[in-house]
Design a protein around this ligand. Sequence first.
Ligand code: SF4
Length: 62
Amino acid sequence: MKVHVDMNLCQSHGECVFPAPDVFELGDDDVLVWKEEVDESRREAVQAAADACPMMAIRIEG
Ligand code: SF4
């Protein structure tokens, strides 16, 4: 599956990092970085991250 983050919405506070730290992290400059191609086995964690995002910035495709 593919993971998209709308960086026009994202405020890089990192709520998504807790449910899926292997997918989302805050970089050195505190800007969110993430894996765009994620194994199916991590769907539940990525969905939890999307649900946790207060800006609804995370979209899962596929
Ligand atoms: S939870 Fe949403 S707004 Fe916060 S860093 Fe993650 S994608 Fe950005």
